[in-house]
Ligand binder design. Sequence first.
Ligand SMILES: C[S@@+](CC[C@H](N)C(=O)[O-])C[C@H]1O[C@@H](n2cnc3c(N)ncnc32)[C@H](O)[C@@H]1O
Length: 260
Amino acid sequence: MADGSTTNFDADLTDAHDARGLGAKLRSFGRVNPRFAPNLARTMLAKRDGSVVEAFNAHSEKVGYEFTSGWASNNIPFVTPVLRDFVAKRGDGAIRYLEIGAYEGRNLAFMDWLIPDRLNVTVIDPWFDEALNPEEKYHAVEPRFHRNMARTSFRSMTARKGFSTYELPKMLAAGEQFDLIYVDGSHTALAVLIDLCFCASLLSVGGMMVLDDYWHDISEIGGPGVKQATDQFHAAFGRYFEITAVYRQVALTKIAEIPR
Ligand SMILES: C[S@@+](CC[C@H](N)C(=O)[O-])C[C@H]1O[C@@H](n2cnc3c(N)ncnc32)[C@H](O)[C@@H]1O
């Protein structure tokens, strides 16, 4: 397409396109948080179903989604059993789902495919922003997101155009609540720590939040990254969460309300 996207998903656009080299990944892996280590070992030893990525790719092609990135593919074999388990415990009702950082909506398309007809969705993404998200590609990503979302069958979809740092406090003030939250926006520790604190408050007891890119310990614009924020958050509030899974992502289930 004119904006560089393709309706045929390119499965090669995954880990190999991670901007960080192998050295950075190994360094980060060497600093595993001891509180997460047992769960990481359990997740890595568990059986994974790789065929789910192929099944979702075939679905995407059939629907005609326009995707240029496959970030979510690395997580799909791990997160699928976690999500299936979460949904199985919740009966038949609607699930309030928040995604921070939607990009062109590929993970959302995956969620719609895996959990059909159940999700009331809210997304937060600034897409292009002159000062803080200035890459020109975002001018094309935002309309592509809307074209892709028009092909989904969510119960509802609210897109909040803005940064989570500013949108989340408004949502908390308005009394919004979510059952499932996916944090995949900024990679700076400062923004991620704000995301986690607000998401912990917006999450209902029994709800789960999935934090992406846990192993990034340096953000793309410099300074501490997702890992420091997640480790610090868990050090302070770990007693209010059960560690559900650890791999590239960390999934935490809220077991009690946090005093605030
Ligand atoms: C890795 S992409 C998200 C990919 C998407 N979740 C998926 O898997 O298909 C990161 C997105 O986060 C957005 N972003 C960056 N900082 C943000 C912030 N502070 N709040 C919300 N979104 C942010 C970017 O505009 C970008 O679209």
